[in-house]
Ligand binder design. Structure first.
Ligand code: BTN
Length: 258
């Protein structure tokens, strides 16, 4: 196998579902029924119970956006010497980088990754990622990688994250199915990096695309507002901010005021 050969082919098969509760839930059911192959992608026009991060709902108008779930057999990455399953950050970073590169292809360089794996264009959220069921203790399992990326929708029911779509950015409409296939290429490329290159290389690529990197950002902690410079994300997934001294921030410790 040449070093550039993908170890995982994504999008074969690509299963189109006109309506489903959630592509992540459907993918999980297929795994439990032993019907899911690694590389399968489930795409839908509409979700009746789309899942967002932290128990939130993911809303999307019918047929307008990219709503899909990729199944990845983590075992397929096992051949690599640089990655172990306990390093979940690696997979999360690889997926975020793939999604960011995909969106940037159409929306340009102002596309960034907001930690851990939101896709932002300027100060607005263009897409979200929900990775579930990755690894139990040291056992290799399947990752369920759900993506919701705003494509043709121009009005939003939520104000959270100030949503934006590709159509609002470019003035053009796109075919979500073609884009789901396009996204596969970007993800495959990043999985190759995850498997074959040192983790530091992936982390450095992730930090290069990090939202607000090296900028002063208003934050809030325990009801106190302050400004700090975003230095990056470390190998344990902590946000590093410069506020007098460099601090390692755990999830939920501070709120972004943007
Ligand atoms: C987030 O809250 O930012 C993550 C949103 C992930 C939404 C996608 S849409 C396709 C897949 N199926 C789901 O139910 N959720 C993910």
């Amino acid at each position: 196998m040449s070093p550039a050969t993908p170890i995982i082919t994504l999008g074969e098969p690509l299963i189109e579902l006109s309506e489903i509760d959630s592509t992540n839930m459907y993918a999980m059911e297929q795994i439990h029924a032993q019907k899911a192959l690694s590389g399968s992608v489930y795409q839908t026009d509409f979700q009746t119970n789309g899942k967002g991060q932290h128990g939130r709902i993911w809303e999307s108008h019918r047929g307008e956006n990219l709503l899909c779930t990729y199944i990845l057999e983590l075992n397929a990455l096992k051949q690599g010497k640089n990655w172990v399953p306990s390093e979940q950050l690696g997979l999360s970073a690889a997926v975020a980088l793939g999604a960011q590169a995909f969106f940037m292809e159409f929306a340009g360089e102002e596309t960034k990754i907001k930690k851990p794996n939101d896709i932002y264009w300027r100060d607005r959220k263009a897409g979200g990622i929900l990775i579930e069921n990755m690894v139990k203790s040291d056992r290799w399992g399947k990752a369920i990688i759900g993506m919701g990326i705003n494509i043709n929708q121009t009005t939003f029911d939520t104000i959270e994250g100030k949503p934006v779509s590709l159509k609002q950015i470019t003035g053009k409409s796109f075919d979500p199915i073609s884009l789901a296939k396009e996204l596969c290429q970007h993800l495959e490329h990043r999985f190759l990096v995850l498997e074959n290159k040192p983790f530091d290389q992936l982390l450095s690529a992730y930090n290069n695309q990090l939202y607000k990197k090296d900028e002063l950002v208003p934050f809030k902690r325990n009801n106190i507002q302050f400004q700090a410079k975003v230095n990056g994300v470390d190998k344990d997934g902590h946000l590093l901010i410069m506020h007098g001294v460099e601090e390692r921030i755990r999830f939920g410790e501070i709120t972004w005021l943007l």
